[in-house]
Design a protein around this ligand. Structure first.
Ligand code: ADP
Ligand code: MG
Length: 693
């Protein structure tokens, strides 16, 4: 197994080992430096690199290349070009120039730009991002690129992520220098745990809602859900097992370190976690993972659902974003270490995260907001919509003693002095003790649990990187001026923890009291995307992202427009799908059943038998049919209203009018499902979807 793994792993990646063996030494070194510094590629070596890449790919049977990018749709995009060019003698040769490697032009008009791309200038450009390796997927050489407009505005999710890595590096290094570091570079490391559902393809095909919306819009609660807890970490079914091993192998070829897999809490729900890597690669890899998960499921007669809330009443799917900062010398800055100096450094970085999460909680919330994820957040199973930080008992005790100046170690009876005393060792929280916490410190990393399963992890990591960089910037400004570093550090940490203590919460996030308590603490409870969106374009947001060169005000407005329009579009498709299914599938089915019941009632009466039961059933069903018809009309009426040009108001309309009408329609339909003969019901129900694999 290990030997084979060695051959398979990364076999489709133009990685460091391949570069080293195929590039002239000086070219390799120049390229390597470019990658480490996150700079653009030196054009003088582009032709050589391109030729080596092409030769490597052609040897593997590849004929096409594509600039692979991550537009604002959230899924990756590619436009294939072939290597073939005429050689003049009626034959062709395989060519790939440095220019083609470096820059591509693509019609940007079909990608969302939030108004950044004027219609007269529909072109978009893609440029190689050398910090990500090229790879071969489906027989095509994929070159990871950033995507920007004619005027240089970012049209993708990659460029701002790269910029956020840069600013985090810069500010982290300022702090590390004060502690006397050996390191010269620091970066965010991310391990995203991906949850998903698998359903049988033949059942899926009969559900219009699953096919068009990725989630069920109707469905009564099945007799069995997840209450027995028998699926979580349970034995994996053979068909799922086969899928997982197929998926792992394909991911390994692409250098994705898919490692753990297990069943999740809900029936038919599973999780895949890769070994963590830098945030850029983790983002690329997660996009590839989601794509392959869906593609490979089909080979097994399955469909992989990445929707945040495919089924009501059972857990939704998230993507825990495990985040830390590590240096090129291999130090994880959230590892408390053993010496007073390491402890002090750890406490400062931990404080910075607590402060960043508190100060920019609304931006973190917005970074995970979508019509789909709004169903999940706060739904008594996922983290609540209120952002808070869980530190664990030991660390929280230390924080309290720092704030109050109280004795932290009962044995020594001494007040804690950061940088002088050694922290007690606290155990790694590997047990996920508090699953309700949106941000949890788990021993040597922070786990941001709000991102949705289908989302790109780019946005949440942009906000984490940038907000922490901003806090570190302020700390560095202050500490660089300090006359006595240790005493200034002590004071800074105490002040900061005091100021941001309100965000620390280790209680039950699902508890009824928490939203009230959170409000008392002044924390925000932003339940939906339209609630959070205004903060994304606030002065505070413009100031943060502008200062760190992530987004201009115009780019923020454009992105906000994309998020808001997308929210409306998703709900519109869902609303229309409900109307369609209710009118063309549910109503006719109920009518047919009613006809059978009425016929039977008449027959019974003819025979002089009692038809009381039949009449009760018929009356109840007929009443529900009237109700259903009314609910369809109401929802359909709302969908026919002319749209509001103001994106914020339009989104609020969908939130306040359309969603309640959808819920009302579903309620009646689900009651019907519980009363109609199963043979008449027009599509597979929850117990089929969740338990027939
Ligand atoms: P579990 O949650 O099952 O105990 P871990 O917490 O070790 O497992 O890992 C969960 C995810 O977090 C994995 O993707 C793992 O690679 C990632 N991870 C572990 N350590 C770090 C770290 N220092 N920084 C970022 N991600 C990490
Ligand atoms: Mg975990």
């Amino acid at each position: 197994m290990d030997r084979r793994m060695e051959e398979v792993f990364g076999s489709m990646v133009f990685n460091d080992a391949v570069m080293q063996s195929r590039l002239p030494e000086n070219v390799y070194r120049t390229l390597k430096r470019t990658m480490e510094l996150g700079k653009g590629l030196d054009p003088s070596i582009a032709d050589t690199v391109a030729a080596a890449m092409k030769d490597w790919a052609v040897e593997k049977g590849v004929t096409h290349f594509t600039h692979w990018f991550q537009p604002m749709t959230g899924v990756t995009a590619e436009k294939h070009d072939s290597f073939i060019s005429p050689s003049g003698d009626g034959k062709v040769m395989m060519e790939f120039s440095g220019k083609e490697l470096l820059k591509g032009e693509s019609d940007a008009s079909s990608f969302p730009s939030g108004g950044l791309r004027a219609t007269f200038e529909a072109r978009g450009y893609t440029a190689w991002d050398p910090s990500s390796y090229a790879f071969i997927k489906d027989g095509v050489l994929c070159i990871p690129t950033v995507f920007y407009s004619y005027n240089g505005e970012a049209l993708d999710k990659k460029a701002p992520l790269l910029a956020s890595m840069e600013t985090l590096n810069e500010q982290t290094m300022r702090i590390l220098k004060l502690f006397g570091t050996q390191a010269s570079h620091a970066q965010a490391m991310v391990g995203p745990e991906q949850e998903y559902f698998l359903v049988d393809k033949s059942l899926y095909d009969h559900r219009l809602d699953l096919r068009l919306c990725g989630r069920t819009l109707f469905g009564a609660k099945p007799p069995k859900g997840q209450e027995l807890g028998d699926h979580y970490y349970g034995a994996i079914k053979p068909r799922v097992e086969a899928y997982m091993s197929d998926l792992n192998e394909e991911l390994w070829k692409l250098g994705v370190l898919a490692k753990t897999e297990h069943n999740e809490a809900a029936p038919a729900q599973h999780e895949l976690a890769p070994i963590y890597t830098n945030a850029i690669q983790a983002t690329d890899h997660n996009q590839i993972t989601m794509e392959l998960m869906q593609k490979i499921a089909l080979r097994h007669g399955l469909v992989c659902l990445l929707h945040e809330k495919p089924f009501e009443g059972v857990n939704g799917s998230g993507k825990h974003d495990n985040w830390s900062i590590s240096t090129d010398t291999g130090i994880n800055l959230f590892d408390p270490g053993d010496s007073p100096n390491e402890n002090a450094q750890f406490l400062l970085f931990m404080t910075a995260v607590v402060a960043a999460v508190d100060e920019y909680q609304e931006l973190l919330r917005m970074s995970v907001a979508s019509a789909a994820n709004d169903h999940r957040l706060g739904a008594n199973e996922a983290p609540p919509a209120v952002v808070s930080v869980f530190l664990g008992n030991e660390l929280e005790e230390i924080v309290t003693s720092i704030i109050t100046g109280a004795v932290y170690d009962p044995r020594t009876k001494e007040e804690m002095k950061i940088g002088v005393h050694i922290l007690p060792r606290f155990p790694r929280d590997t047990t996920d003790r508090n699953r309700t916490s949106p941000v949890a410190f788990t021993g040597n990393k922070f786990e941001f649990r709000m991102p949705g399963a289908s989302q790109s992890i780019s946005e949440p990591n942009i906000v984490l990187n940038t907000s922490v960089a901003e806090i570190l910037r302020r700390y560095a400004d202050r500490l660089e001026q300090a006359e006595d570093f240790t005493s200034e550090l002590n004071q800074l940490i105490r002040e900061e923890l005091t100021a941001h203590q309100r965000i620390i919460f280790s209680g039950n996030g699902y508890g009824e009291e928490w939203p009230r308590e959170a409000r008392r603490r002044g924390l925000m409870d932003l339940r939906t995307l339209p609630d959070a969106a205004p903060y994304f374009v606030s002065e505070k947001s413009v100031d943060l992202f502008g200062r760190h060169h992530i987004f201009t005000a115009q780019e923020l407005i454009a992105r906000n427009e994309i998020y808001l329009t997308n929210y409306c579009k998703v709900l519109r498709i869902e609303g229309l799908t409900m109307v369609d299914m209710a009118r063309r599938e549910i109503l006719p089915a109920v009518q047919a059943y009613l006809k059978e019941l009425s016929g039977l009632a008449v027959d019974k009466q003819k025979l002089g038998l009692s038809a009381a039961y039949d009449c009760r059933c018929i009356t109840r069903l007929a009443d529900l049919v009237e109700e259903l018809d009314g609910a369809i009309d109401r929802l359909n009426g709302l969908m026919q209203q002319p749209g509001n040009e103001d994106h914020q108001q339009e989104a609020e309309y969908y939130r306040d009018q359309v969603i309640p009408a959808m819920e009302a329609l579903r309620k009646v339909a689900d009651q019907l499902e519980e009363r109609v003969d199963a043979r008449y019901w027009p599509f597979p129900v929850y117990s089929d979807l969740l338990f027939r694999i």
